[in-house]
Structures are given as structure tokens and as C-alpha cells.
Design a protein around this ligand. Structure first.
Ligand code: NI
Length: 157
């Protein structure tokens, strides 16, 4: 396993549309493990998309740190969205900023898990927001592209 470098806003890799994963082989499983390790190494990260570590494949890891553990999503697609809310967001690739973004309240998401099984999530709350934020990354979209307000974060530590 390895902690990968997180690419920051301004890096063209973050603006690219990622390719779907065709086969879940050793390489993809390694990417999932490395992404999880990279996510857990961050201070407050709850999600990481593959382009953030320079990999242009449709892979996402999420851990809301709520005791539900790690979600590994391959080729996630949001198939339904309902409602609208404006929420505060940040991003590991835009470390010094936070912003308010309009997101759906409820989403349904289909994806393939690390064992190759098709999975389905229907959810609201933080997971719904995180799924929208991370799947945007796979299409080269950062929250700052959509934000209605962007503010400089108060320095931490
Ligand atoms: Ni992000």
C-alpha cells in the first residue's frame, strides 16, 4: 500500500473526464487500497476520487467517519436526484477554501464494488452530498466550479 500525492486545483488532471473501469483486476484493487490509505492519512477527508491522485479512472472511496466504514465505488453513476439544498463543502484538492454548493437532497447511485458485484445506494444527508461531489470529480468538475459562494478557510492548527 502507498499514500499517494493529492493533486491540487490548477492541475489539469482534475479537469479531465475519467474512463470507466473495464475489469476489476489486481491493479484496480491496488488503486482502491492506496486511495483508502491516502484518504485516511488526511485530516478531515471523507471522500477521494481517483483523478485527485492522478488516476483517470472512475473510482471513488468514501468513509464518512461515522462508523459505517469504507465504501469502495467503481464506475458509480447517480441514477436519480430529488430535491435541492445549498450545502457547505470543501475538497482535499482545494485545501484552503470552502464554499456553498447547490446539491440534490436525495440521490440513488449504482456502482460496482471491489468484488465485482453491482450495488445500489439510496440516501440523503452527508452521503448523498459526498456521492455528488465525488462523481463530479470523475467528470472533471470541482465544487468551486459550481459553488455559489467561495470563502477562504480559517487556518487550522
Ligand atoms: Ni473533492
Amino acid at each position: 500500500m502507498a499514500v499517494l500525492e493529492i493533486h491540487k486545483a490548477g492541475d489539469p488532471v482534475l479537469k479531465k473526464v475519467c474512463e470507466p473501469v473495464k475489469r476489476i483486476d489486481k491493479k484496480v484493487k491496488r488503486i482502491l487500497k492506496d486511495m483508502a490509505e491516502t484518504l485516511y492519512k488526511t485530516k478531515n477527508g471523507i471522500g477521494l476520487a481517483a483523478p485527485q491522485v492522478g488516476i483517470l479512472q472512475r473510482i471513488v472511496v468514501i468513509d464518512l467517519q461515522d462508523g459505517n466504514g469504507l465504501l469502495e465505488l467503481i464506475n458509480p453513476v447517480i441514477t436519480k436526484k430529488e430535491g435541492s439544498q445549498v450545502v457547505g463543502e470543501g475538497c482535499l484538492s482545494v485545501p484552503n477554501f470552502e464554499g456553498e454548493v447547490e446539491r440534490a437532497v436525495y440521490v440513488e447511485c449504482e456502482y460496482t464494488d471491489a468484488s465485482g458485484k453491482k450495488q445500489f445506494i439510496a440516501t440523503e444527508g452527508l452521503l448523498a452530498i459526498c456521492l455528488q461531489h465525488e462523481t463530479d470529480h470523475l467528470d472533471g468538475i470541482l465544487f468551486t466550479d459550481k459553488a455559489v459562494t467561495i470563502t477562504l478557510k480559517a487556518p487550522e492548527d
